[in-house]
Design a protein around this ligand. Sequence first.
Ligand code: WAQ
Ligand code: MG
Length: 683
Amino acid sequence: MRYSIRMRASRAVAHGRPEHISGAERITGLAGAPALARDLARRALEHGKGRPDTIHITLEELDDAAILRVPALPARALDCASAAEGLELAAGLLRQAGVPDPGAVIALLLASAPLRGAMLVDADTLERLEPDRERGVRATLMDMALPAGDNGGAEGKRHYLEAAVLAAKVCHAPHIIAELCISDDPDYVTGYVASPAFGYARIARLKEPGIPRGGRVFLYRGPREAVAATVAFLERRPVLVENVPPPPAFAASGSATGAQAAPGPDPNHTTDPAQPADPADKWAFVEERLDRLEAEGLYRHMDVLESPPGPRVRHAGRDLLLLASGDYLGLAADTRVTAGAARALESFGAGCGGSRLTTGTLPLHGLLERRLAAFGGSEAALLFSSGYAANVGLLPALCGKGDVIFSDALNHASIIDGCRLSGAAVVIYAHNDMADLDRLARQHAGRRRLVVSDAVFSMDGDVADLPGLLEVAARHGLLTVLDEAHALGVIGRTGRGIVEHFGLTGAGPDIFTGSLSKALGADGGYVRGPARVTEYLRHGGRSFVFSTALSPAPVGAALAALDILRAEPRRVARLQANAAFFRARLKEHGLEAPGESAIVPLMAGDERVAVAAARHMRESGILISAIRYPTVARGAARLRAALRADHGHADLVLAADEAARALRTARADFGLPPADEGSRTRC
Ligand code: WAQ
Ligand code: MG
């Protein structure tokens, strides 16, 4: 059995409500409670705001089954010379999290009366949403899952750890897109912005020392009807935060008052001696996570298709219109492609039996690499076992500690993972915002700096601003990497991708990564670029070195598919015409249909609406995917239509009309108004 132990200290004032001095909380087993109570009381008595005259300590039994475990946010530290500069950093981060007017949010916090809790504010309208405006919303019932070794140390570390726990809970609350926090402790000037989009960003200074005023704003984007559920989550759901990282340090010079992470034991942190490992509980965390996914409409089922991809597929005994496949050009089941696969399979067997560097290399590998390079206009290419493997192989080979990677906020997970694996500092710029990239490139120096972006964004269907990106990259000397997974065979007049799309004639990006499993209908991935770089990747690309060579069948298939793509550019034209027609038809229904590729997001906002709409469409004979967190931000759920060259006119009319109807019906199912204002594409 676990308990929430909470301390609240205050002092009476002549008129009005007692002044709040300090508050803190832990989750503990019963045996740990007395020591914790003592520590919390001591802490109240030593607070910088002065001596309290009342200290409340509460012990509340928790329902163990209701305890939710969430991962901590990744944390980084941003140094600055003044509070003004810090607030500017905070504004940039809020914008990155999707808050349209960060200046107004900061002004709101600075102008507000002191609250015990946080303001809950609509990210777009800035309306106050919390039920009690004098008190604010309290995030409570939370702690670190495990005492993370040495949690002791200076004031600064304790402030940070508590804030990291609170921010993780807040960022896991439904429909919260960001949090801004300034401490009310007069001597503690470090604050933070947190967001599910990028994690926890400590900012060295958000106020001048000596000011006993601070506050928190939680930014909400979601339906009004769901506010109560968000508040209930924040105030009543017990949460344990796993793997809270140590405080990220500020740049050596002039770190913030009180923010240095000093080693040493922390009398305020207590381990939990009453929690022996119970073997029956071994998988409790898995059960809890699955239950939570289910409750939030995030549980994933896998559809089983009983036919090859095509405009129509067999599913659960019915023929459905397929509006959800990366087989854009209809090549996966083209007989010339399957024949290419069969020939390779017959000649070379089912598997290569070794890494490319040992005994896995076939003549077909080199042939496909040369053809991919030539088609895209690169000097050389190197095959990987998937597009994912290409990104997680490439980025760590190019960048490491001491380097900086600038990554678009909406990049694919494989890029995100490649960035993380590299160990480089990862700086996320606002989606497709080249002014932001320019600003960040000016701020972040590194031994080597690289910018990486999807060419076509996989969940939004928009195209990267390549001319802008190349200009910023040239100005700052950045290496450029573009992932053309959804661009090859899709954009550009003959399907050659983003360079052709923009009609660029000068030097393009340095390096491309891509996939053989989308427009080419096969399997595998690649990197293309300068020959010396692919040569280097043979040694430094770990996902290349330590994987068995791509097997013969997909290599044979991709070779045949590439031949067809080269010989039949009309397929690309057909795909583009289909996408344009589908978008136009959606617009007639008043839907937004953003983007300009073969991917068309149909925004639902609410996760449940997306899932219900996908179900309605399936009932009408159309297979489409509901895309939800964590693939996209919470509250930005959508149906993701992917068009094909072989969709017929009637298919597209049906699909667009049914999509509009399904979204309307789904919104009505949940008592929501017909259009969702809060579900614009995130940027
Ligand atoms: N829920 C909601 N709001 C809260 C809560 C809570 N549990 N606790 C405090 N607040 C609000 C309240 O308005 C306070 O005035 C304000 O936040 C600041 O609270 O990485 O110490 O406890 O080193 O002063 C940031 C650490 C420390 C940065 C923040 O906040 C770092 C801090 P404080
Ligand atoms: Mg405080």
